[in-house]
Design a protein around this ligand. Sequence first.
Ligand code: ZN
Length: 251
Amino acid sequence: MERKIKVTVWNEFRHEKNEPRIKELYPEGIHGALRDALMECGDFEVTTVTLDMPENGLTDDILNNTDVLMWWGHMAHGEVSDKVVEKVRERVLRDGMGFFPIHSGHHSKPFRAILGTTGDLSWGANQQEIVWNILPQHPIAEGIPERFELTEEMYGEPFYIPAPDELVFASWFANGNIFRSGCCYYRGMGKIFYFQPGHEECKSLYNPYVRRIIRNGVRWLAPSDIGRADRGCIHQATSVLDDLKKEKENA
Ligand code: ZN
């Protein structure tokens, strides 16, 4: 039976607690906004967890029941336990769990551990951003126009990441910077998609195109063996194999 994609949304959840203007923007936390973006469609089962929960919210029980792990962190990357980071890395590389760091997740411990780089980048104030859809044939770009605009914190090149296996979005910022804003990777059995919008002072996570990209991203990241195969073809494939076997026997 085809089942829903199990998504765990991990959020640091500190800005929303400590800064009234951020709380006003994200009253249910950034994890709440990410959950709502996913719940606009019926194919996801969403769990939200936060840094201050036991084991940083990522117990074996939760992790082993996660197809795709979304990650929003910024001010407390260092508080995530190395044991948890290693478990996340193993789940991605060995079991094929998808990993989806958003925005400042470029500096998160799991992102650095999985990709093996610093994730450093150039940085600037909030300003106009144009997100360009530069790989419209990609599943993550489905339903996304050639370009759309946001007000975002500036992230610029050089972005110290390995060359993406697939680069779906690239961004222009008003002060002239450019940035690889939607990067796909295949690592071990798993996939990683980094997407840049989502600064806590900005409203990007309410933008319909950003929300669509979040859903597309999770679908692309989900392991391919969770029962979504075109089942109607299994018998055909089996009979083709049987036919070949018979042919061989009769030869
Ligand atoms: Zn930010």
